[in-house]
Design a protein around this ligand. Structure first.
Ligand code: NDP
Length: 311
């Protein structure tokens, strides 16, 4: 039984470095990296960020794919991954906090009129704009899971009026919780900022479209830090151009990297960041070695993904 690290994602951690980190946590375990995978029939667990197209077929005894992050849409739907192979993810605190703070950054920029004051400065114009008050501002959080819950709590603790939306009913102190498709549009219509931190599933893809955008409050800001395919980008541009939504902050896009020719780059009401809202894994690596131990011992795994549900 061996764990193979094959991250499949350039510009982040490297396979050899991550395998070395995992060996430090579990010195007796057989942990390999993609440069020296050894006998492939011994591999029972893969640790990946992106799962290469041909990899599952080369691993006859693969039993678990561990995602080194949260979004598993390409893994659960991987055409070569046999149905019996389990999928797990990580639920690290650190990137959840980072994403919550990413959302807060853009909310506070709106509250304090940062863009408008910068524009005034460019004209040497002393133009005062009243800051918006948190207790008079509604923040909606789409997806009230590990990251969305952190975001809602951060906003609540700063005095915003927070509304959360999820698939199943939730309760959270100081947050008005909504669930299910029917409650989405009425909730969107009340919010000054909408922070979307949803997984990419059959139900969420294209959820922010011409109809749901039209339901949003005029001048509201949409912040998407979940997955790009939540948003119909053509409908978003049309909505911004007709003067409904005030601003869109997109950390995730339908195509990444966003092509140079894409009109989103230059749109005055769009802010693009290159999928950086959550970055550091923090202490989550311990869960990778723990899952390898549990898999080898036949025990229940940490943070198992429902492959049918898609998250
Ligand atoms: P969780 O699985 O903990 O939470 C997902 C939330 O989305 C849950 O509240 C769930 O509802 C809700 N949800 C799912 N489907 C629907 C639906 N059809 N209608 C309404 N609500 C729905 O995931 P995380 O919070 O950990 O992560 C969310 C996503 O963020 C990840 O899937 C990933 O794609 C993205 N991400 C982005 C990063 C970045 O750098 N930009 C980094 C990390 C993650 P319920 O509670 O009822 O199940």
């Amino acid at each position: 039984m061996a764990l193979l690290v094959n991250i499949g994602h350039n510009g982040w951690y490297r396979d050899v470095e991550l395998a070395a980190e995992l060996r430090k946590l579990s010195p007796d375990a057989d942990i390999r990296s993609s440069d020296e995978p050894g006998n492939l029939s011994e591999i029972t667990m893969l640790a990946v960020s992106g799962l290469a197209a041909d990899l599952p077929a080369r691993l006859p005894n693969l039993a678990l794919v561990q995602k080194l992050g949260a979004g598993v849409e390409t893994i659960v739907a991987h055409p070569a991954l046999a149905p019996h192979v389990q999928v797990t993810r990580l639920k690290p605190k650190e990137p959840a906090r980072e994403i919550a703070q990413y959302c807060l950054t853009y909310v506070l920029m709106g509250q304090r009129n940062v863009a408008a004051h910068a524009e005034s400065q460019s004209r040497a114009a002393w133009e005062s704009l009243e800051p918006k008050q948190n207790h008079k501002t509604r923040v909606g959080v789409l997806g009230m899971g590990h990251i969305g819950g952190e975001t809602a709590a951060l906003m609540r603790d700063l005095g915003f009026e927070v509304h959360g939306w999820s698939r199943s009913p939730k309760e959270m102190q100081g947050v008005t919780c909504h669930h299910g498709a029917d409650s989405l549009e009425p909730m969107l219509g009340q919010c000054d900022y909408i922070c979307a931190i949803l997984p990419s599933t059959a139900e969420t893809r294209g959820l922010i479209n011409a109809q749901t955008l039209a339901a949003m409050k005029t001048g509201a800001t949409l912040i998407n830090a979940g997955r790009g395919d939540l948003v119909d980008e053509a409908a978003l541009l049309a909505d911004l151009d007709r003067g409904n939504l005030g601003h869109a902050v997109l950390d995730v896009l339908c195509t990444e990297p966003l092509p140079e020719s894409d009109p989103l780059w230059a749109h005055p009401k769009v802010t693009i960041t290159p999928h950086v809202s959550g970055w550091h894994l923090g202490d989550a690596l311990e869960d990778v070695t723990e899952n390898f131990r549990r898999l080898s011992a036949g025990e229940d795994l940490l943070h198992a993904v429902d492959r049918q549900r898609g998250y």
